[in-house]
Design a protein around this ligand. Sequence first.
Ligand SMILES: [Zn+2]
Length: 382
Amino acid sequence: MWDALPDAARSIVKELIIHGPQSRTALAKTLHLSTGSLTRLTKPMVDAGLLIEGDVVHDPVNGRPTRPLDVAAANHPFLGLKLTADQVHAVITDLRAGVVAARDEPIADHSPEAVCRQARRLLDELSAGAGLSRIVAAGVAIGGDARSSAQVGRERLVDAPFLGWRQVALEPMMERALGVPCVVENDVAALAHQHHWFGAGRGLRDFALVTIGAGIGYALIVHDHLVAATEADLGMFGHLVVNPGGPMCPEGHRGCASAYLASESVENAAGQGLRRAVPYAEVMRLAADGDPVCLTVVREAAAALGRLIAHITTMSMVKTVVLAGEGVELARVGKDDLERALTANRRDVPGSVHVVAEADDFREWARGGAVVAIQSFVTGSD
Ligand SMILES: [Zn+2]
């Protein structure tokens, strides 16, 4: 059904998904369409059940009674998956990426075929639990190169080193297993798309996303589009030097972003001081409680993050930076040091950059997978 949508109709669906229900008059104004064109474009979508009309309200534009249009979000479910080295995180969302059902479980068998079978079982179980008979499409967020690998024909091949996958044709394999169209995307890019349409970046044409966790991720949205990057570009970012005299990362760089911010770096630094192994979450908790060792580790890491954000924003000229990932608690516990370092590296101008620390839930990555599928269907791109 959606393949046949003209571009103007796609713009209408996109506008309603991102900004919520609106009257035809308001929609026509926003999208620079005549009300006649709008009615002509929306009618088939209402008939097909993609758009619905709400209860009568008074139009904010002309005061007349009107029935605002909305997308039938609940009737259009999507599957989102995030694969890590040992876990699969699955969500079923509605058309606005609202989570309807979710589950996390260990990856039982790392072969691509087995992971696809596990995805199918998760889809069946989550669908049954949520009372859904079918989904529209699926998206997989994966730490690795999902976009720019060498292509055979139109087939996109995935490299995911942490799963031991090289040049895997994951999309067709997943489509066969799930029985619906599937899109595979780099996980940081998928998370950036999620924040662009449904999160802290909604309504913004430009922002950067930095993810903190096992690795350090970066994505940039400029003029409403994600700047395309390869795994090599993204891998560089985590090793950008923020303090030449700083601690060393496993690749031998002194004071790179990973040396300060990667979960293992934080755990190792705290572990050295406390002379015992300390998991990341405990370092954050102890720092928040004022433990001197953990507080020092978190303060230094937060200051490094502040410098990193100063570099990003000065070079790219974006004014908003969204922080996400499972290690994002660091930005909350170390907020003052982050802000101080950021301001000091932005000519002492306070508030010149808006930093938003988001949820540290792994399911957000899986939602990113669902959003890539939603976007692909709404915009007709892949
Ligand atoms: Zn490094």
